[in-house]
Ligand binder design. Structure first.
Ligand code: GUN
Length: 280
């Protein structure tokens, strides 16, 4: 058996047509959607992600403002930039690219972003709304994963979803979103005992642990939907947290790396920016 490919790149491109039309409609009403991205320092992976976000904005006609602070920027300087963007009515979405250099306080920065402009969905208020099932800005990667699963017609109600990883960016919020869809959710992490016995029960398996090709075919239930959030570089080549070649023989659906979850994360950032502009 060979799994159906969950093609995030194609899905994001389809969505882009609709988003472009929504962007044009906002412009016709005199609203130019604008996303501001703050990057501190020179992390090469972050530079690639930020460039991808900027390109996605350009493709849709969303205005993008890139603010690049030096590695040595102080918390006060970062806070002042966030305050200025919060106060600027032309800016609808603000994203602080992570990770920040070690001397800066990440949670202080994320809390400082206005919850209304928090297109990453990382503000405590939005995270709390998600936890309580209230409407709010959803984090982009989890939202993109749900979009892909729904698009492919993967049955969610009553399914056993196993999530590998408990980060605030992916593991916890995707678990909450799957729970909202009536999945039975198990969250696994580095202290979990007999992990393969749990992953083999998964109808939906989400891998977000940052370990190259960690999920192997013997850990996957035949027919499962396998979502690979990992972006790892091995010998200069990108690979996910899933051993794609082995797992695609067993799974029912699988996301590739690259071209799976990554493009959907950017697509959902555009979606959140348009939603924020629409509300403004
Ligand atoms: N760094 C890696 N992924 C992300 C993301 O989704 N948002 C932000 N702000 N930083 C990141």
């Amino acid at each position: 058996m060979s799994a159906i490919l969950l093609n995030g790149k194609a899905c994001a491109e389809m969505l882009a047509e609709e988003q472009r039309a929504r962007c044009d409609a906002l412009k016709a009403r005199g609203i130019i959607p604008q996303l501001a991205v703050i990057m501190v320092g020179e992390d090469p992976a972050s530079a690639v992600y930020v460039r991808n976000k900027e390109r996605a904005c350009q493709r849709l006609g969303i205005a993008s403002r890139m603010i690049h602070l030096p590695e040595t920027a102080s918390q006060q300087e970062l806070n002042a930039q966030i305050d200025a963007l919060n106060a600027d009515p032309a800016v609808h979405g603000i994203l602080v690219q992570l990770p920040l250099p070690g001397h800066l306080n990440e949670s202080e920065a994320l809390l400082r972003v206005s919850a209304l402009k928090d297109v990453d969905g990382f503000h405590t208020l939005n995270a709390g709304r998600l936890a309580q099932g209230a409407p709010g800005m959803l984090p982009c990667t989890p939202k993109g994963i749900l979009y892909l699963l729904r698009q492919a017609g993967v049955a969610l109600d009553g399914a056993h979803a196993v999530v590998l990883g408990r980060s605030n960016i992916v593991g916890k919020p995707v678990s909450l979103l799957l729970l909202r869809e009536n999945c039975t959710v198990t969250i696994c992490h580095s202290h979990t005992r007999d992990l393969p016995a749990i992953t083999r029960q998964a109808d939906i398996l989400v891998a977000a642990i940052g370990k190259p090709r960690f999920v192997t075919a013997d850990m996957v239930k035949p027919g499962a939907a396998v979502i690979d959030v990992g972006i790892n570089r091995v010998d200069g080549k990108l690979c996910g947290d899933v051993d794609f070649e082995g797992v695609e023989q067993v799974a029912g659906w699988i996301t590739p790396v690259p071209g799976g979850v990554g493009p959907m994360t950017v697509a959902m950032l555009m979606e959140n920016t348009l939603e924020a502009a629409c509300r403004a």
